[in-house]
Ligand binder design. Structure first.
Ligand code: UD1
Length: 423
């Protein structure tokens, strides 16, 4: 296993290219199951989660080729011979559940293990199950697996989601593309990854309207065909690297970044005193002299402040002038980075879904442990400005969601290396 060593105190200057979105790509890849013609995804990120999804799709009988050093994924599902998404693969990543909707729609049945993923809460599947049942699926839980059947095919329906779940929206939209009649999905998730999925499905021949709003209407068609689609920019990677110069000082241009992808986050960052300007190539972020100001942050569904940037924002607020309150409303157990930041000298109190962060002058480097994907990168960010050396262990979480983090940051002057964990 690897660990990352960061020595703080270097101001950053340069450019960071932002990759295609992990979460968009993980929804786009299972869309291959909807058609027997090839699907080609360009601008794919090179991450271990993408390899996990490739392994899952291959285990079902899909052909997955990684081209151009992993930036292009060529997928084909003309021969799906296995209908079971096995626990051994699914437990590594919750997004594996996104094969359920497409398999049900095209093949009429699917057996999918209940997922694992990050340890940030219970993350059940009830919203997915209820919605697919409204489309006519019959779903039973046996031995940790969901056994789903649509003996008479799926039929369009009006489906109100009790919560705007990203994954449930993706599963239902994919399933409904091949259902008979019209599906109206109410309280749908509005994240840019949903918009990207719909844009790809439309290229494949699906008839969908309303993506990016809370009502999505899908008119079922008999079959979908092949397509080529570029994966949208990763707004979470973008926000993470916007925080790097905010924490370490200096000025960095995020290539491919767009403000519309990170609106609520960018507003908060500006409220702390950070300058953000749109450039032809992306977004430029600059920290002028002095400490940033404290701000309160509440995570919400899009277009609100993303839960996936909460840990990284906390790393910034640890050294802000004043006291900030962070409220987590999406996941019930997502402050596991707080005790690690406290090992670096942060002053944080967690009460249920609230964390109160009293800004200190400076963090100090320490050995810390990454407990989930976004937590691990928040510790690296904190290390950029800390006095001395921070050693972040167990970075396999990091490789699920960030490609070449040490290369991207060291190209801007950060002192950061990766090495093998001593035995
Ligand atoms: C996706 C993202 C993840 C992000 C999350 C919220 C991917 C691959 N992952 O995850 O990075 O943090 O959106 O923006 O896109 N819930 C239920 N029942 C369900 C489904 C969800 O109670 O059937 C709850 C979950 O426990 C959680 C909340 O709803 O508390 C959000 O989940 P959801 O929006 O579904 O997130 P994911 O699609 O899993």
């Amino acid at each position: 296993m690897d660990r990352i060593i960061v020595t703080g105190g270097k101001e950053l200057s340069g450019q960071i290219p932002i990759a295609g979105a992990k979460n968009a790509c993980l929804a786009l890849m299972p869309a291959t199951l909807l058609s027997d013609e090839p699907l080609t995804l360009t601008n794919a990120p090179r991450l271990s989660d993408i390899k996990t999804m490739s392994a899952l799709l291959s285990s079902l009988g899909a052909e997955v080729s990684s081209l151009q050093d992993g930036k292009v994924l060529a997928l084909s599902s003309h021969d799906i011979h296995n209908h079971t998404a096995d626990y051994e693969i699914v437990r590594k990543m919750r997004a594996s559940n996104l094969v359920l909707g497409p398999m049900l729609a095209r093949l009429g049945h699917a057996i999918v293990s209940l997922p694992g993923g990050c340890a940030i809460g219970a993350r059940p599947m009830d919203i997915h199950i209820d919605a697919l049942e409204m489309l006519g699926a019959v779903i039973e839980l046996k031995d940790g697996y969901l056994h789903a059947k649509a003996p008479n095919g799926l039929k369009g329906a009006t489906i109100p989601l009790r919560f705007a779940s990203v994954g449930a929206t993706e599963n239902v939209v994919m399933a409904a593309t091949l259902a008979k009649g019209t599906t109206v999905l109410q309280n749908a998730a509005r994240e840019p990854e949903i918009v990207d999925l719909v844009s790809c499905l439309r290229k494949m021949g699906a008839q969908i309207e309303g993506e990016g709003t809370s009502t999505i209407t899908i008119q079922g068609v008999d079959r979908l065909h092949g397509a080529t689609h570029p994966v949208v920019t990763d707004r979470i990677e973008l926000g993470t690297y916007m925080l790097a110069p905010a924490i370490a000082g200096g000025e960095v241009e995020l290539l491919g970044g767009r403000r519309a992808l990170v609106g609520a986050f960018a507003d908060k960052l500006e409220a702390t005193g950070i300058e953000i300007t749109e450039t032809e190539a992306g977004l430029k972020v600059r920290r002028a002299n002095g400490r940033v100001q404290a701000v309160d942050v509440k995570t919400e569904v899009f277009p609100g402040f993303p839960t996936d940037l909460q840990a990284q924002m906390m790393a910034l607020l640890c050294t802000a002038n004043g006291t900030s309150v962070l409220e987590e409303t999406i996941f019930e157990n997502r402050f596991m980075h707080a005790p690690e930041l406290m090992r670096m000298g942060a002053d944080i109190e967690v009460h249920g879904g609230h964390a109160t962060v009293k800004g200190v002058d400076r963090l100090k480097g320490a050995p810390v442990m990454a407990t989930d994907l976004r937590a691990s990168v928040s510790l690296i960010l904190a290390g950029l400005a800390a006095e001395g050396t921070t050693i972040v262990s167990r970075v396999y979480h990091l490789d699920r969601g960030y490609e070449r983090v040490e290369a991207k940051l060291s190209a801007c002057g950060a002192q950061i290396t990766r090495e093998k964990e001593p035995q």
